[in-house]
Write a protein that binds this ligand. Sequence first.
Ligand SMILES: [Fe+2]
Ligand SMILES: [Fe+2]
Length: 207
Amino acid sequence: MRARPARAYAYADTNRANRKVKDMSATADLRSEHVGVGRMLGIMDAMTRRAQSGEKLEHGDLAQTIEFLRVFVDQCHHAKEEKLLFPAIRAAKMTSVEKTIVTLLADHAQGREAVAQIASGAQRLAEGDECASIELADAMSGYTRLLHTHILREERDCFGAADRELPTAVQDELAAGYERIERDVVGEGVHEGFHALLDRLWLTYHV
Ligand SMILES: [Fe+2]
Ligand SMILES: [Fe+2]
């Protein structure tokens, strides 16, 4: 067992060098990804404000945002949690975390539904349906509220316990598994491309 200091959930931290540091704790990689997700949530909140004030959002920006939510957030980040971290916590019989895991899994499912609504709104907007703008703004703000709360809950009620209680060998296996998902599911260089996207949208929307 080993104790590691919990890292603050800080959206403003954009330093990718953090990922280069070989921290093999159970959740270091996931906490780092939360920073990227948090940046996207800030961008989406800014997009929502623009849509609510009647501005038409750029279809290309929306399409890339949806791609980020599907690939970076769901296929990569949520997959690491659902396929690796949560099963490891359950296998270690950390029963005090079980209720939290059930809630976190429900959040992931709700997030997928919200992304489908965002995609549907973006599609209708691209087809010239002006009414879709409000629907899109509602779906985006619902998603960001859900994810802000989810990340705080996950770091507070799940990650700390995993870092403290999972045996070192399991934590090291998890870190290797995260790298495998990133390489096999997401693909080489894709992660970096998403961070470049975050930088571009961050400047475009003056977050
Ligand atoms: Fe999660
Ligand atoms: Fe997460």
